[in-house]
Design a binder for this molecule. Structure first.
Ligand code: NAD
Length: 350
């Protein structure tokens, strides 16, 4: 069924997930404006998006209320997909105030402009880091699992979740509408199956792109942090979701916003496949897909890495009908590899 085009602001749209979101929105005929300060994003991603459709791009800080007011007024924004954030756990421990400022304060400024301009729909990128280290009996993790983040990154994201809920309550008390979906992602992987966009972080901290850099000889080895966890092969277990599936989840979440008067106005959903994979299994998948047997180095555990993080994605399936269409890790690696082969130095390869 065709859906009416909406005017959507994508924050962080030059980043990995935000650029994939913008790509899909363009393909679906929506009117897309991206705001990204390029602190972590790639202007090459914006160039790639421009090959697909007309996309408005503003280089700027989402915490700048005057700028955001001007953009959202000019574009007559109807809905915000909010990806912009800093997302390195270790860095957040070293520079906590930067994380609170760039993730929490900037998001609160964005919300205040949305409130002022009566923009009623938000899809927010939250994270499994808001759960911290749940007890083993709470895994797979449901949305009602206590949220006890163990680092400033997770806490800065949880603050935004609270701000979103409180804003919704206040707006409803004033007789104004506000609907939000807060998607708590687990590990996002893969890339556009047509190879137009990929994952390119600097520094790279995600396992699959790190393995692919080793395949290309751009790293000597891949470090496995901890091989003595209480898991079948001793390495940590994580829940990987294909970025295309994640974007599907955003689309169904957006369509659900305000669709029924009786709906909860702010809802959190886990987005994952529900099946965990160990670090070793992911490394093996990268070796199998690329045919290259790159070296691994087994090193000590990193502090704050829980043995197993796995989503119970039952709520998003029950309420929105979403399940992962590409749950196999090989598919995620294949798609990431296709882009990497064409862009061995990431977006700088072009
Ligand atoms: N990648 C994952 O596996 C994962 C998992 C859970 C949650 N998330 C969340 O998903 C979102 C996107 O993650 P990603 O992997 O695409 O990260 P990314 O670093 O690739 O993208 C984030 C983008 O936001 C931009 N940005 C940061 N602060 C900004 C600001 N104040 N104003 C304007 N732009 C700003 C950066 O330049 C970057 O382009 C983040 O909110 C992250 O917390 C990601």
């Amino acid at each position: 069924m065709a859906h009416a085009p909406e005017r959507i602001l994508v924050t962080g749209g030059a980043g990995f997930i935000g650029s994939h979101a913008a790509l899909r929105l363009l393909e679906e005929g929506h009117l897309v404006t991206i705001v990204d300060d390029l602190s972590r994003g790639n202007s090459g991603a914006i160039e790639a998006l421009r090959q697909v459709g007309p996309v408005a791009f503003v280089e700027g800080d989402i915490g700048d209320r005057d700028l955001m007011r001007q953009i959202m007024r000019e574009q007559d924004t109807q809905c915000v997909w909010h990806f912009a954030a800093l997302a390195y756990v270790g860095e957040s421990v070293e520079q906590p105030l930067r994380y609170y400022r760039q993730n929490a304060t900037a998001s609160i400024n964005l919300l205040s402009v949305m409130d002022e301009l009566n923009i009623e729909k938000l899809v927010f990128s939250s994270t499994c880091a808001t759960y911290g280290e749940p007890e083993t009996n709470l895994i797979p993790i449901r949305e009602d699992c206590p949220q006890q983040p163990i680092n400033p990154y997770g806490r800065s994201k949880l603050l935004v979740e609270h701000a979103v809920r409180d804003l919704a309550i206040a707006r409803h008390a004033r007789g104004q509408s506000f609907h939000a979906a807060m998607l708590r992602y687990f590990n996002v992987a893969g890339s556009d199956p047509e190879g137009r966009l990929g994952e390119d972080h600097d520094p790279e901290t995600h396992l699959i792109p790190i393995c692919l850099e080793a395949v290309l000889g751009r790293r000597d080895s891949v470090k496995i942090f901890g091989t003595d966890y209480p898991t079948p092969d001793g390495t940590c277990i994580r829940d990987f979701v294909h970025v295309s599936d994640l974007i599907d989840a955003h689309l169904v979440a957006m369509r659900s916003l305000g669709a029924s008067a009786s709906d909860e106005t702010v809802r959190a959903y886990n987005v994952g496949t529900g099946s965990g994979l160990s670090v070793r299994e992911v490394v093996e998948a990268c070796r199998a897909v690329t045919g290259v047997d790159f070296p691994v180095e087994e090193v000590a555990r990193r502090p704050g890495d829980p043995p197993k993080l796995c989503a119970d994605a039952g709520r998003i399936e029950a309420v929105l009908g979403w399940t992962a269409a590409r749950p196999q890790i090989e598919q995620m690696v294949k798609d990431a590899w296709r882009w990497r082969q064409q862009h061995p130095f990431g977006f700088r390869s072009v």
